[in-house]
Write a protein that binds this ligand. Structure first.
Ligand code: ATP
Length: 361
């Protein structure tokens, strides 16, 4: 087990800066998720840790060792890829035992260790098969077993669940979390799926365009996203954003369509953070919005745009002028399409972002 440290790491491919001055500390035994949209530099960051890429600038440490100049095999980390990369011509046993074979372990020792890890992962009865004869979930476990068999200092996962169907994905997710917690092996997990990152990780690092925007526990990031990018990337459906102008003298936020929301409860703090007349984004999570019976100081008039019953709850999207808001409701009789409704905006829960997108309050 080991901690992993990136110090001002940059990786450029010609003119493309895939990873831009990333500094990051991953704790010993931690499950850390790197989250971001396609092309943000997650995979490159993982490959840098694995030693499959050399940084253009910066240093990488695993445990106490500076591994920046070391080749992958000297870093003692195991990487599990999206497509598992099992060798099709080898049996499951040979696949799992491969890392030991290249390290010149004796055959009986290889067999003993493979059996042991296959038991843990419940694939001991599949050892004679070839990867083509396994289901997606079984292939995934075989790939994890191969990573596990020589007890690396760290696990590096690159979207390992993306080839599984929705049901298997959920099963595999809880299995991975359980396994990681029982083994306590430091894990870096790359995903573009925010729900997966939230569910699995002790901490999440959100990336965009090569930069690490925010690092925190899933709830820290969910509750206090540093900017509107993170706010709308985390959460499903994402955080609602309404644009408006602050009229602090009247304790009001005037929206683009002219509706006014009272910000009286927050006006002192708003005065500290913003200027009179400044443009802001008001952010509020779908579960914090509610329907109201009629007008009120923090109620908005809106029209129902879509209703999506999900079983436990119903997602109701409403239109306010050009903007849409989604409410997560647990009511028996949700409103109907095109109905005019009143939406209560809970000011005590609202976040205020600058026009540039940075969280201010
Ligand atoms: P995805 O989720 O789509 O895999 P990602 O967040 O993992 O995306 P990276 O694969 O790290 O992103 O890529 C980051 C940027 O670097 C992209 O613009 C990509 O095109 C570029 N890039 C990655 N590898 C190379 C390479 N070997 N040569 C040139 N450009 C590259």
């Amino acid at each position: 087990m080991a901690r992993i440290r990136l110090e001002g790491v940059t990786k450029a491919f010609g003119a493309v800066v895939a990873v831009d001055t990333v500094t990051l500390d991953i704790e010993d035994g931690e499950f850390f998720a790197l989250l971001g949209p396609s092309g943000c530099g997650k995979t490159t960051t993982l490959r840098l840790i694995a030693g499959l890429e050399r940084p253009t600038r910066g240093r990488i440490f695993i445990g106490e060792r500076d591994v920046t100049e070391l080749p992958p095999q000297a870093r003692d980390v195991a990487m599990v890829f999206q497509d598992y990369a099992l060798y099709p011509h080898m049996t499951v046993l040979e696949n799992i035992g491969y890392p030991l074979k290249v390290r010149r372990y004796a055959k009986p020792e290889i067999h003993r260790r493979v059996r042991e890890v296959a038991e843990v992962l419940q694939i001991a009865d599949l050892l004679d098969r070839r990867p083509g004869q396994l289901s997606g979930g079984q292939q995934q476990r075989a790939a994890v077993a191969r990573a596990l068999v020589y007890q690396p200092q760290a696990f590096l996962f690159d979207e390992p669940l993306s080839n599984l169907d929705a049901k298997l994905r959920l099963e595999a997710r809880s299995f991975l979390k359980h396994l990681q917690k029982s083994l306590g092996i430091t894990t870096v997990y790359v995903t573009h799926d925010q729900a997966e990152a939230m569910a699995l990780a002790d901490r999440i690092g959100v990336m965009d365009r090569g930069r690490l925007l925010q690092v925190g526990t899933p709830l820290e990031i969910y509750r206090r996203p540093r900017n509107t990018f993170v706010a709308t990337f985390i959460g499903s459906p994402p955080m609602n954003l309404l644009s408006g102008r602050l009229h602090l003298a009247e304790s009001a936020l005037i929206l683009t369509d002219g509706q006014a929301l009272s910000v009286a409860d927050r006006v002192e703090a708003l005065r500290q953070a913003f200027r009179e007349g400044e443009r802001v984004w008001l952010g509020v999570r779908p579960e914090h919005l509610a329907l109201a019976d009629g007008p009120g100081p923090t109620h908005l008039s809106a029209r129902v745009y879509a209703v999506e019953p999900l079983g436990v709850e119903t997602l109701v999207t409403v239109q306010v002028d050009e903007e849409r808001l989604t409410l997560r409701l647990s009511v028996d009789e949700p409103p109907v399409l095109r109905e005019q409704v009143w939406v209560r905006v809970p000011m005590e829960r609202a976040l205020f972002f600058r026009e540039s997108g940075e969280l201010a309050l």
